[in-house]
Design a protein around this ligand. Structure first.
Ligand SMILES: NC(=O)c1ccc[n+]([C@@H]2O[C@H](COP(=O)([O-])OP(=O)(O)OC[C@H]3O[C@@H](n4cnc5c(N)ncnc54)[C@H](O)[C@@H]3O)[C@@H](O)[C@H]2O)c1
Length: 335
């Protein structure tokens, strides 16, 4: 049994608490949140303890692993403490918004050789994951293009936007990681991004964009296109297409059911697609936790490393630089 301390019981923390609780080899032992009432609610629901401090939860000899789902600026401190206390670490994306903090964190923890996994859950979505394994098996020949569409149903409020780090670090970071996952060992060498404000004036106020396109090129010449929007009136639009010399693979939106409805005005009509990440990627979050537990038990490397977290941030920073400068940026991967 792997005993967990969960840091943060907000939107995604609540989901992780339920997933830990449902996993046959996991036990939720502690929760910690600066919002004590939120932590207490989760503790009551899953019969676990509320830690008085972050340190009490992370350093407890009753836990083997921490799941960090608290606000982004807390991640590097909790990772460092977790590594120092010899705990396995599953940390939500991004590691941090500031690459210097990410580098300093790595310098602190590398001597402990921690078991650490970053929460790029899309890699574990059964359909996206199948596309990647089919690409690797050579099913569509030599890959030539990757097209990723990722559009949120509606924009967050201005308070969230002020601390989000911008759309590339907040949203597209998942897509940068997904592109890297498909490309496997073929690094991205060029990034060019464009952005517009179509959805809300909040994005102008915060110097951000709600509509973006990013074009990238890999070392082997694969062209990658990522398009993001903060508002899709029809739901959470998540599609992945990989085009190769012998065919194409598509991981499409997932309908709520597979029934087609017909009448005088409609053919092939379906229920709307899933609303947002909690519904769309529930399986992916469960498989992510399961893989993390397997890595701990089998003493094997995790499948999404600290370096993956850092490299996705480097691509997000490159896109941010490109949209401001209107120039192609060559990302510098260092680790
Ligand atoms: N992988 C995904 O699909 C995904 C989806 C959403 C959010 N996230 C990431 O998860 C993290 C949390 O996002 P959220 O949407 O749940 O945010 P949220 O604001 O709903 O929750 C954050 C929680 O952290 C708590 N918190 C703040 N400071 C803390 C501290 N010092 N110690 C402990 N708890 C603290 C807050 O009180 C709050 O309950 C962010 O890093 C975000 O980027 C990932």
């Amino acid at each position: 049994m792997i005993n967990f301390a969960l840091m943060g019981t907000g939107r995604i923390g609540k989901l992780h608490a339920s997933i830990i609780n449902d996993h046959p080899e996991a036990n939720l032992k502690y929760v910690y949140d600066i919002d004590t009432s939120s932590a207490k609610k989760i503790a009551k629901k899953y019969s676990c303890e509320v830690a008085k401090t972050a340190k009490e939860a992370i350093s407890s000899d009753q836990i083997n692993a921490i799941l960090i789902a608290s606000a982004t600026p807390t991640h590097t401190d909790y990772i460092a403490l977790g590594a120092e206390c010899n705990k396995a670490i599953l940390c939500e994306k991004p590691i941090d918004l500031d690459i210097n903090k990410v580098n300093k964190c790595w310098q602190k923890i590398k001597k402990y050789k921690p078991t650490i996994q970053i929460g790029f859950n899309r890699r574990f979505d059964p359909n996206h994951n199948k596309v990647q394994s089919e690409v690797l098996s050579g099913k569509i020949g030599k890959i030539e293009m990757i097209v990723i569409t990722s559009r949120d149903p509606s924009p967050p409020g201005i308070d969230y936007l002020k601390q989000s780090g911008g759309i590339f670090r907040d949203c597209s970071i998942h897509d940068f990681d997904l592109a890297r996952f498909i490309l496997n060992n073929d690094p991205i060498v060029e990034v060019f991004a464009q952005g517009s404000v179509n959805v809300s004036n909040d994005f102008k106020i915060t110097n951000d964009y709600d509509t973006t396109m990013c074009f990238m090129k890999s070392k082997k010449g694969v062209l990658v296109h990522i398009n993001n929007s903060r508002r899709a009136v029809y739901g959470y639009d998540q599609r992945l297409e990989v085009f190769g010399s012998n065919g194409m693979l598509i991981s499409d939106n997932v309908p709520n059911n597979d029934i087609n409805y017909y009448n005088q005005n409609l053919s092939f009509a379906k229920k709307p697609i899933k609303n947002f990440f909690i519904e769309r990627y529930k399986d992916a979050y469960q498989i992510q936790l399961d893989q993390f537990i397997k890595s701990i038990k089998n003493k094997k490397n995790t499948s999404v490393t600290f370096k993956d977290g850092k490299n996705a941030l480097i691509l997000a920073n490159s896109a941010t630089k490109s949209v401001v400068s209107n120039k192609v940026v060559k990302p510098k991967f260092q680790l």
